[in-house]
Write a protein that binds this ligand. Structure first.
Ligand code: 4NP
Length: 171
């Protein structure tokens, strides 16, 4: 709908009808990999001026409402991004209609997402690194039981994927 100042207000109807990509990243806990993927894509999309909605979720409910892992916050900070106010949430069935694309960080996440997905879903569900040339079939390794070097490797993977997604959605 249009308001008196002439800009368009986002209504749910408009959100359904526009073709702006709506991207959801999904890992297990939503405190390590998917918040970093969300941050990387938000930053890349802003840098390139590509409009998209970006969010993240976990397949488990273990960290609902929690801040990202302190090592993920630290890695994002090294990249100049503050993710300290992100909050963990669990993947829900409405996500399959709200988002145009759901990206799984690893193969277990992909299987769990597929098992929740309604048969008539319209959104595309893919392994994230399948979007990166040369990384087809690769998982973003879980850094939870690792150290800060593992979180840096997570960032390297999700930043590559973010660049590839921005290129894909620019067109
Ligand atoms: P994430 O990492 O799926 O990348 O957020 C993990 C976070 C928490 C746990 C495992 C992985 N956990 O076992 O609590």
């Amino acid at each position: 709908m249009w308001v008196q100042f002439g800009f368009r207000v986002r209504s749910p109807y408009v959100a359904c009808m526009n073709d702006q990509p709506r991207i959801l990243f999904v890992c297990l806990g939503n405190i390590c990999r998917s918040p970093l993927a969300e941050a990387a894509l938000r930053a890349a999309a802003e840098r390139e001026g590509v409009a998209m909605e970006v969010d993240s979720a976990g397949t488990s409910d273990n960290h609902v409402g929690a801040s990202p892992d302190s090592r993920a916050i630290a890695e994002a900070k090294r990249q100049g991004i503050d993710i300290s106010r992100y909050q963990g949430r669990q993947l829900k069935t409405q996500d399959f209609t709200r988002f145009t694309h759901i990206f799984a960080l690893d193969h277990n996440n992909l299987a769990d997402i597929e098992s929740l997905a309604p048969a008539d879903r319209k959104c595309r569900i893919q392994l994230l690194m399948d979007s990166v040339p040369g990384k087809n079939g690769h998982a973003v390794a879980d850094p939870y039981y690792g150290d800060e070097n593992d979180f840096s490797r997570t960032w390297d993977d999700v930043a590559l994927a973010a660049d590839a997604l921005v290129e894909r959605f620019k067109r």
